[in-house]
Design a binder for this molecule. Structure first.
Ligand code: FAD
Length: 303
């Protein structure tokens, strides 16, 4: 941390407490890829008022900041992040009224899906194997097996760039394939309300079990990764293009194209971010050279 960051660190400590402001925190401990160097400041607000105060203090300071959900779609560089990571993992509140479920941004999607199942509420089955947060799902319009966040989201409560908090209905969120107004306008999702429908918990469970089985059969869940590395290119499947290019198992250092599912770049143990980048770039170049399709990363790069 540079000397000029110190007043900001003091200010943040006064908002969230000493123990919730970490200095030079390794991002490898906060990403599912398990790679990434230190963040200058890593701040964990514990409620929505603290999030508002932290975001406003950081914005006023002019320092770089980044909102962290569960770090399941991130590749942080080996040099780390110069600025403030605002981790939303403590925003864990859930409330349910009839068939509406409101989850704060840090709630794990898999837990939301599980809770909905237990309550006999259908709609979040698709999310049962996505290791992200509710906030990250709204940002990415996360989806799987024919379902996505946009299908069940009713509205989000968000901190706007002007510091106000607004409820934004789903049809004003521009949700598309891995696309949203949350991303485009830099909104901070504080909570999301899902509109679900009543169903037999056993039927819901059966659908979740089916999705879980399909994931376990096809995806390298035993290795660290950030899920599908590339977006689905129009008219193609990234995994098939990569397989057809002969790149399954292609490795740099400890990063590799998964042998089980070529759409995943995995960390075999001690990969650096540079290793992962090298694999991604080689895959992009080789698929482009062989098939004229430029794969676009789905994973977000930081630092
Ligand atoms: P992070 O990785 O922490 O952040 C991603 C982006 O969201 C960042 O830009 C961050 O700033 C932003 N963000 C996070 N929280 C907020 C907030 N509250 N307000 C505003 N912005 C925010 N994804 C799918 O869509 N479908 C899948 O089937 C799927 N399978 C996966 C399987 C595995 C094994 C893994 C590791 C990942 C998978 N993913 C999948 C990717 C990932 O889980 C999703 O993209 C998820 O939505 C990311 O959420 P997160 O909380 O981890 O976000």
């Amino acid at each position: 941390m540079s000397d000029s960051d110190r007043p900001l660190a003091w200010r943040l400590r006064s908002i969230v407490g000493e123990e919730n402001v970490l200095v030079d925190e390794p991002m490898s401990e906060h990403t599912t890829f398990e790679v990434g160097g230190p963040a200058d400041l890593f701040v964990t607000p514990e409620d929505i008022d603290e999030v508002r105060e932290v975001v406003s203090a950081v914005r006023e300071s002019g320092e770089n900041y980044f909102l962290l959900g569960r770090g399941s779609d991130l590749l942080v560089s080996d040099a780390g992040f110069r600025g403030v990571i605002i981790a939303l993992e403590c925003l864990m509140g859930v409330s349910v009224e009839d068939d509406e479920m409101c989850c704060q941004a840090g709630v794990d999607l898999r837990e939301a899906s599980e809770m909905a199942c237990e309550l006999g509420l259908s709609g979040l089955e698709f999310a049962c194997g996505i290791p992200g947060s509710v906030g990250g799902a709204c940002f990415m319009n996360a989806g799987a097996y024919g379902g996505c966040t946009a299908d069940v989201l009713q509205s989000v409560r968000a901190l706007m760039p002007d510091g106000s908090v607004q409820t934004i209905p789903v049809d004003e969120l521009n949700l598309g394939y891995r696309q949203s107004r949350v991303k485009d306008d830099g909104l901070v999702v504080l909570s999301a309300t899902f509109s679900l429908r009543e169903d037999d918990p056993e039927d819901i469970r059966a659908r979740m079990d089916d999705f879980t089985q399909r994931r376990e059969d096809k995806q390298p869940l035993e290795l660290a990764s950030a899920g599908s590395t590339f977006k689905r290119p129009e008219g193609f499947f990234a995994g098939k293009l990569i397989t057809d290019a002969g790149l399954k198992g292609y490795q740099v250092g400890d990063a590799a194209v998964s042998k089980k599912h070529a759409g995943f770049v995995v960390n075999l143990g001690n990969a650096s971010a540079a290793d992962v980048h090298a694999v991604i770039e080689h895959v992009q170049d080789e698929v482009d050279r062989q098939f004229g399709v430029r794969l676009e990363p789905e994973v977000r790069f930081l630092g």
